[in-house]
Ligand binder design. Sequence first.
Ligand code: ITT
Length: 185
Amino acid sequence: MITFITGNKHKVEEAKEIFNNFNIEFKYMDLGYCEPQGTLEDVAIAGAKYASSKLKKSVIVEDAGLFIRALNGFPGTYSSYVQETIGNTGILNLMKGFDDRYAEFRSVIGYCTPKTEPKTFLGHVKGQIAFQEKGEDGFAFDPLFYIEDKGKTFAELSIKEKNQFSHRRNSLKLFINWYKDNFTD
Ligand code: ITT
């Protein structure tokens, strides 16, 4: 049984489908933890350590972000704050005049047990910042994140479709493969 610590319902929906596909029992809990300033890895490690010692069980946490090349990786580790403040319209304004639209989502899963040190698993997905928002599904930056291969933004995909190749699926898949090989609960 894996407990995913998050306050983000959309992440839960996506993770639920992924864990189901791998036949792993899963539940989630919104514990609320203080995120240190640092890399995605720093945040995932601190969160996983805190939650596993507090709950006395094995947990995963995830720290994710959108990294835009033309903006030197912004909003990156500030994604949550930037989404809440300037939002997608603000990002589109910042991107005015840039031909380089390359961006990637990164997701780091932190896993920790009360008896072991945290481990991290990094997944990413490549895309482009669209010229306007498109699509009704997904959350946060999804209407801006255009996948060339699909000709669609993340917000135009169902959870199932997004879960075929998203940053979250890639980090969770690495974690799940490792977990199945090293199950130590
Ligand atoms: P928890 O920390 O409680 O899990 P959170 O929403 O604060 O939830 P993060 O710190 O990982 O999650 O936040 C990164 C932000 O990046 C998130 O709030 C979104 O704005 C954005 N983000 C992450 N994954 C995304 C995705 O799949 N689609 C769109 N935006 C995403």
